[in-house]
Design a protein around this ligand. Structure first.
Ligand code: GRF
Length: 192
């Protein structure tokens, strides 16, 4: 397998809104020899995101961007990411919808992880809806971000069986576990 050496790694920003378990997992992956990426920036839309704590722990620059504020000037943000030479944006539990202009500026460079087997169950509350529909399987998907919500080209998926006693909570836990396997695999697939 190819080894990626420090400076040559693809400068990556991870966008979060919450706990950041995928962020933590991606940071750990990025430190392995086989990882093509290096995480240099954490972006959150809220200062309340617990995942921001990984900035200090792993010494990675963080920035809080209030995407809904009137003062938010997208062009400046795009320039900032370009100045930092960001070549990949990983959305990981990021709860804001990016503008089509932003997506156009980073075409093919923004990826997302979604806790369902897309194209089924786009949007929020996926696990409740999956269980209410008596699905036998669920899973997660890593896909390119396009201007339509959870609709860009699929990179990789991972499937799990739903047990008879499954609750939205237990399913969320199971799916999160496989998300942590899938996200690094999908990144490897993109760059190998
Ligand atoms: C994950 O299930 C992700 O797929 C979804 O939100 C959750 C985020 O978890 N969009 P975390 O913040 O990475 O722990």
């Amino acid at each position: 397998m190819k080894k990626f050496i420090g400076p040559k790694k693809i400068k990556t920003a991870v966008f979060i809104s919450g706990k950041g378990s995928n962020l933590r997992n991606l940071i750990k992956f990025s430190k392995t020899k086989i990882s093509p990426i290096s995480i240099v920036l954490i972006i959150s839309n809220t200062k309340k995101a617990k995942g921001l704590g990984y900035s200090k722990k792993y010494n990675i620059k963080k920035k809080i961007i209030d995407f809904s504020s009137k003062k938010f000037f997208e062009k400046n943000f795009i320039n900032f990411l370009n100045e930092k030479k960001i070549k990949l944006i990983c959305l990981a539990g990021f709860m804001k919808i990016l503008s089509s202009n932003f997506i156009k500026n980073f075409r093919g460079k923004i990826i997302n992880i979604h806790p369902s087997l897309l194209p089924k169950y786009k949007g929020i509350n996926t696990h409740e809806r999956v269980i209410n529909n008596n699905e036998k399987f669920s899973g997660c998907t890593v896909h390119y971000v396009s201007s339509r919500l959870d609709s860009g080209k699929i990179i990789m998926q991972k499937k799990i069986r739903i047990s008879k006693k499954e609750t939205p909570k237990s399913l969320a836990k199971k799916v999160l576990k496989i998300e942590h396997q899938l996200y690094p695999s999908a990144i490897m697939k993109i760059y190998n």
